[in-house]
Design a protein around this ligand. Structure first.
Ligand code: SF4
Ligand code: SF4
Length: 228
């Protein structure tokens, strides 16, 4: 079955590769710390034919999104990146979630095209915190360690990291395609705002209401408050 795509031309994006140097350095420093924290935990590489944990909403922080964009800039050709935005970013898995654009589903292909830069949520699969379905040996990862890594990606100088869509809403945790829209231009942010309001009952992202000072999911036309 042919997959549907979000009705936005992601090849129009111009600004998302021009991120401030300080932000790039911040993301690299944080990744170095997380890699150190998890240094004994990622003992195995996933079998090439397994992608069991790659479906559903794969949410990430702005820091992790920045790291992926850096990885693409340094490791992919312009043509590969152009094809990614043309063919994969915004592809829908079903009515309820976006497909991860880096997933390779062809038989025998290594499942992840950005394995060294994959988000934390993908790294913790296969640990005792979230065991794999396949018979790989999980390495232990306790909650404390997970949240230390999580906080490094999601918080800086004691404040959470988010990106404003407009004066009212910010994005805190979202799939890759949402971060692209939030990060590119006023036009793409405005598309994202209306997309969330229209489809918010289906697509997961954690947003922040700046006036009410609360995190929420947008669900069936209503805010589902997570915390203040
Ligand atoms: S983490 Fe586990 S379930 Fe996910 S791709 Fe690797 S082996 Fe498969
Ligand atoms: S980033 Fe890689 S490991 Fe994570 S969901 Fe996508 S394909 Fe799977």
């Amino acid at each position: 079955m042919e997959r549907q795509k979000i009705n936005y031309d992601f090849t129009k994006m111009k600004g998302i590769f021009q991120r401030p140097e300080e932000l790039n350095n911040f993301a690299l420093e944080r990744m170095e710390k997380v890699a150190y924290l998890l240094r004994d935990k990622e003992k195995y590489h996933c079998p090439a034919d397994c992608n069991d944990c790659c479906y559903g909403s794969i949410l990430m922080s702005y820091t992790e999104f920045t790291l992926i964009m850096l990885y693409l800039q340094h490791n992919w050709t312009r043509e590969e990146t152009a094809a990614l935005f043309r063919e994969r970013v915004g592809l829908l898995q079903n009515d309820e979630s976006l497909l991860c654009p880096f997933l390779q589903e062809e038989a025998g292909a290594r499942h992840c095209r950005i394995y060294p830069a994959r988000p934390l949520i993908c790294r913790v699969f296969g640990t005792t915190a979230s065991p794999c379905k396949k018979p790989v040996t999980p390495s232990p990862l306790n909650d404390e360690l997970f949240y230390q890594a999580y906080n490094l990606f999601y918080y800086g100088s004691g404040r959470f990291i988010a990106l404003d869509i407009d004066r009212k809403w910010s994005v805190y945790e979202a799939p890759f395609a949402f971060w692209c829209l939030a990060d590119d231009s006023e036009e793409s942010r405005s598309f994202l705002r209306s997309f969330i309001e229209e489809k918010g009952d289906s697509f997961r992202a954690v947003l922040y209401d700046q006036e009410a000072k609360m995190f929420f999911y947008y669900s069936k036309g209503h805010k589902e408050i997570i915390s203040t």
